[in-house]
Design a protein around this ligand. Structure first.
Ligand code: ATP
Ligand code: MG
Ligand code: MG
Length: 395
């Protein structure tokens, strides 16, 4: 067997942690760059002999360059990294970076990402730039895009923390939304009147082989993912073939981007059965956590295979139905999170994942629970039990 290449991961959170599990099985040496010695990902896999997981920001030029010297390929578990340094690392021949720094840079700015997708003929909600907006600028835009309208931060957005839905054009509603978004570059999107949200994980290896996973239904509250169910169920004539259509659209969107790895493609399913693309993540994704228990090859294993020029694994479901429920934190108190995890152990078909985060904060992703079952009805009944055990985020 060829000597295993060393992989460097920028970011040491839960997605990195779940990459360490297949890395251990496949014997792939990993180094994780993040601040702190005991991040979720660093807890689960030792650094190769003679090395330590670097302690620094995943945006730090010095740390990324140092990591590049020790690794054969760098990848990311978060897109908010330093794309310029990653591009320099490739240009200088220090090591490979997957997916490509250009893809990571493009995705980092949601407005540029939307422009790119629209130019490639991928359907997206109407959107407009908003540079240094005044209340009047926002009001003018609402007259074009309609209400409700979603104001979004172009950069550094995650878990809806860069989203402010605008339901009225009162001065106060607009100034509250702008104050929430703060000093970031913004843009606005027309509201997508979706019946469901859908996600598809797509994986492409360095040889250009592409596979997608079955589409899943994602349920968000306050712009944060709560529950993800597979396979996607959508009734009615308009919804015919929606799984295949969602996979095709996701594959078509990913085909416009360079580089290898897993891509999480988020979409809106409209009442007429058509799909709009919301955004793409250039990495494993929360909507693919269930693939660990529910698919023949998880998104995490396939991500490693993809960036290491290995054959891709079978993406198909190996259970009739599955779902994932996020375990969200409450401020400063780990008790409710631990209680939910303990309670879930009594739910048949449930697998508990806790991320080992030191501190609980409101709506922080502290863990998740995957549940599998012999039918959609059985899984959804188990999901209801899990949701009834969730911490109250408003306490
Ligand atoms: P993530 O954690 O997935 O990276 P994010 O912070 O980048 O999220 P988005 O994916 O843009 O944010 O939006 C989060 C959620 O907000 C969506 O999944 C959807 O529920 C809602 N949302 C976003 N844009 C729109 C829109 N144009 N119309 C209706 N709902 C929207
Ligand atoms: Mg996002
Ligand atoms: Mg999103």
């Amino acid at each position: 067997m060829a000597p295993k290449k060393t992989v460097g991961i920028l970011g040491g959170g839960q997605l990195g942690r779940m990459l360490t599990h297949p890395a251990a099985l496949l014997g792939i040496p990993l180094l994780i760059l993040d601040k702190g010695g005991y991040t979720p990902a660093k807890q689960t896999l030792l650094a190769p002999p003679g090395t330590t997981h670097p302690d620094g920001a995943f945006t730090s030029e010095e740390h990324i360059r140092e990591l590049a010297k020790t690794c054969d390929v760098l990848t990311v578990e978060i897109e908010h990294v330093n794309a310029d340094v990653l591009a320099a690392v490739v240009n200088e021949g220090l090591c490979d970076v997957q997916p490509s720094p250009a893809t990571i840079r493009l995705i980092q700015d949601k407005y540029i990402q939307k422009e790119h997708l629209a130019a490639a003929g991928i359907p997206v909600a109407p959107f407009k730039a908003l540079t240094n907006p005044s209340t009047d600028d926002v009001r003018d835009l609402a007259a074009t895009l309609g209400l409700p309208m979603m104001l979004k931060a172009r950069t550094l957005a995650y878990d809806g923390r860069g989203n402010a839905p605008l339901k009225s054009t009162d001065d106060k509603a607009i100034s509250d939304a702008l104050a929430f978004l703060g000093d970031r570059p913004l843009y606005a999107e027309g509201w997508a009147p979706f019946v469901k949200e859908v996600a598809v994980m797509v994986v492409r290896n360095t040889a250009g082989e592409v596979r997608s996973y079955d589409a899943v239904e994602t349920v968000h509250r306050d712009s944060i993912l709560r529950v993800c169910s597979a396979p996607l169920r959508a009734d009615g004539a308009a919804m015919r073939g929606v799984n295949v259509r969602a996979r095709q659209l996701a594959e078509r969107a990913v085909a416009t981007l360079d580089g290898a790895g897993v891509f999480g493609v988020e979409m809106f399913l409209l009442p007429d059965g058509s799909l709009l693309l919301n955004e793409i993540a250039p990495r494993p994704h929360n909507s693919g956590h269930h693939t660990i228990e529910a698919c023949n090859t998880s998104q995490y294993e396939n991500h490693l295979r993809a960036i290491l020029a290995l054959p891709l694994g079978d993406t198909s479901l190996r259970v009739p139905a599955a779902a994932m429920v996020n375990v969200l934190g409450v401020d400063g108190n780990m008790g409710p999170v631990e209680q939910m995890a303990d309670d879930a152990l009594a739910v048949p078909g449930a697998t508990v994942h806790l991320y080992g985060k030191a501190e609980s904060r409101k709506a922080r992703k502290m863990g998740h629970i995957t549940v599998t079952g012999s039918s959609d009805a059985e899984v959804q009944s188990r999901v209801r039990t899990l949701l009834s055990q969730q911490p109250d985020l408003d306490q």
